[in-house]
Design a protein around this ligand. Structure first.
Ligand code: ASP
Length: 432
């Protein structure tokens, strides 16, 4: 059985166990204490930490190899500009589609506020846009690495790698060292992925034990529109872009993308999924490290199509609930704000709500309205993160194709990069 099927089965089992606990064992303290807050919580958090642990070293070594592999600074700039433009384009398309759908379907028009009176919602701190540019440059790279600040890490590492190139022959051993380190990190990814089914099971069981499906009912209109548009964007708009701009077969792409999507869904974090996304586009789809190492982590931080979709629909929904007219200028502001907000915030769970507070402030909607949609946000977060990660991979593929940095033989081979069972080294082998 391949790893994706195995993860899918365990994921479904986790969902079922969690939902059963939510329905029948809410007040059973043994189940709650020993399983939900005990076993599932510990196993799920350990699994997420295993992934997060890999992100910073993997991105660093991989990016050094990538930049040195490109070897040409103008080409690096070209890849950066192409990726950035495509990220903006796909996010703008996503949110436009969302607003168009929401305005026509009008979720929240007949919403009775007494169904779910907004509770207290304290507005989270959102960074001003100017600060985003200042924060690109780390005052202290060690702090940037320690905090896992992705944009700062990318900035420093690219500068570091360019300097290695400028040093020429003398820096060669360091570049070779980075290449070996990159291989080691990729091997750790394989090890972590081999235990993923159990981690995913624990995450699912915990989430669904806490988040009953019944929570969705009063919000079904909003929830349904978000899920439908997320689906249309992932299988429609993004696949259209992939076909049109990358001349790549969307069906094969989606098949190979499934594992990364499941990781994104169960962790609700594009950042934590970086190791799996990188592995997928490089080993399974044949993208050269020189493009993938740069575009994937960049995308995980600044490209959030799914989050933008949620924001567009949430804006229309809350405006309808409160009976506030936003008008065309308001919608255009929402589009601009969402695109900018996704650049300034990292891909971690729940960040979409912080961005939404920024958007609401800008168009004059009551920020307390966010409390209304918070109940269903965890589930939507999981789904939209899978879409975010799909967008990152699509852009990586298009850029790689345009730079001739992709092996179509690998892409077309259904078994390329599938996970081999992890072989622990034999003692004798180490001695030889
Ligand atoms: N969890 C999302 C991500 O990591 C961000 C969000 O929408 O909250 O991509």
């Amino acid at each position: 059985m391949n790893i994706t099927t195995k993860i899918l089965i365990w994921m479904t089992a986790g969902l079922a166990v969690g939902s059963l606990i939510n329905n029948f064992a809410q007040s059973n303290t043994i189940i709650q204490d020993y399983f939900v807050d005990g076993l599932f919580h510990v196993a799920g958090t350990v699994f997420i930490n295993l992934l997060k642990m890999l992100v910073v070293p993997l991105v660093t070594f991989s990016l050094i190899c990538g930049v040195c592999g490109i070897g040409d600074i103008s080409k690096l700039g070209r890849i950066g500009i192409k990726a950035f433009a495509l990220f903006l384009l796909s996010t703008a398309l996503a949110i436009s589609l969302a607003i168009l759908a929401a305005v026509n379907i009008a979720p929240g028009k007949n919403f009775n506020l007494s169904q779910g009176m907004p509770g207290l919602f304290t507005v989270p701190e959102a960074p001003p846009i100017t600060q985003v540019f200042i924060d690109l440059v780390p005052g202290n790279p060690v702090a940037a690495f320690a905090e896992g600040n992705m944009l700062q890490i990318i900035f420093f590492t690219i500068l570091f790698a360019i300097s290695l190139l400028m040093l020429g022959e003398r820096a060669r051993p360091l570049i070779q060292g980075a290449e070996r380190m990159n291989e080691v990190m990729m091997q750790i990814v394989n090890v972590v992925m081999s235990i993923a089914p159990y981690g995913v099971f624990a995450l699912m069981a915990k989430t669904f034990a806490e988040q009953g499906i019944a929570l969705i009912m009063p919000m079904i209109g909003y929830f349904g529109v978000v899920v439908a548009v997320l689906f249309c964007h992932a299988t429609g708009t993004l696949m259209f872009l992939l076909r049109l701009l990358g001349r790549i077969n969307p069906v094969k792409f989606l098949k190979k993308m499934r594992t990364a999507q499941i990781f994104a869904f169960s962790t609700a974090s594009s950042n934590a999924t970086i190791p799996v996304t990188l592995r997928t586009v490089e080993k399974r789809m044949g993208v050269d490290n020189s493009t993938a190492a740069f575009v994937v982590p960049f995308g995980a931080t600044i490209n959030m199509d799914g989050t933008a979709i949620m924001q567009g629909i949430a804006t229309v929904f809350i405006a309808n609930v409160y009976g506030i007219e936003i008008g065309i200028i308001g919608y255009l502001t929402v589009i601009g704000m969402s695109v900018l907000a996704s650049i300034g915030t990292a891909g971690v769970p729940g960040v979409g709500l912080i961005m939404l507070a920024m958007v609401f402030n800008q168009v004059g909607l009551p920020v307390e309205g966010i409390a209304l949609i918070m109940g269903v946000d965890r589930l939507l977060d999981m789904i939209r993160t899978a879409v975010n990660v799909t967008g990152d991979a699509v852009v990586t593929m298009i850029v790689a194709q345009s730079e001739n940095n992709i092996s179509m033989d690998v892409f077309n081979d259904p078994s390329a990069g599938t996970l081999e069972p992890v072989q622990l080294p034999h003692h004798d082998a180490a001695q030889n």
